[in-house]
Ligand binder design. Sequence first.
Ligand code: SF4
Ligand code: SF4
Length: 214
Amino acid sequence: MKGIFALFKGLWITLKHNVKNVAHNTFTVQYPDEKRDLPPRARWALRLQRHEDGLERCIACQLCAAICPSEAIYIEGGENPLDNPVSKGERYAAVWMWDAARCIYCGFCVEACPDEVIVMSDVYELATDSREKLIWDKDRLFVPPGVQPRQAWLGYYRRAEDLDGKPLEFPARLHEKEMEYARAKEEPKKFEEKKEFMFLEGEYEELIKKENRT
Ligand code: SF4
Ligand code: SF4
């Protein structure tokens, strides 16, 4: 008797939800014909950025590979040819490989990169028919020349409204926010220790000057 009661209870719950969905015209998204817009901070496949002039931003420092908790990044550096430079550093990434199957999409590599090379995109359709195809090489990872670089780190997780296509004019403002954040969290020491790393070239000195004026 108890079993029959449970059966009808289950049928009633299913019927109730079906009627509700039909009444509200709620149907599932007809993927893959229809795709949902992802939130601005969706973190999917890695993409590597270029400078405005098309040169690769990566300088093969290996910080991203070092911090990656799942060893999903493999980089081999090469000497940058002076007559035909690939990046703006002494070295460039001759090999840059990312394993989409090993990646846990944590974003540590984005945070670690000193030159805003790595961004996490909204490319989520990663399924394929072989393990090898889940390993992306430079050709697939680098955005095409001409794609406007975007803010990749720090604010990426805290300022969704400043994302995508906006010029990089706000790091100073962003860093002020970082200082506020550090003060609010009473972590000035920690902030002091890492701020040289956090700032883009010249910005740290500018900020020190500004601080000395106030
Ligand atoms: S998102 Fe995380 S797991 Fe994926 S490559 Fe970057 S550091 Fe490694
Ligand atoms: S941390 Fe950035 S610059 Fe350094 S190797 Fe990785 S992508 Fe290139």
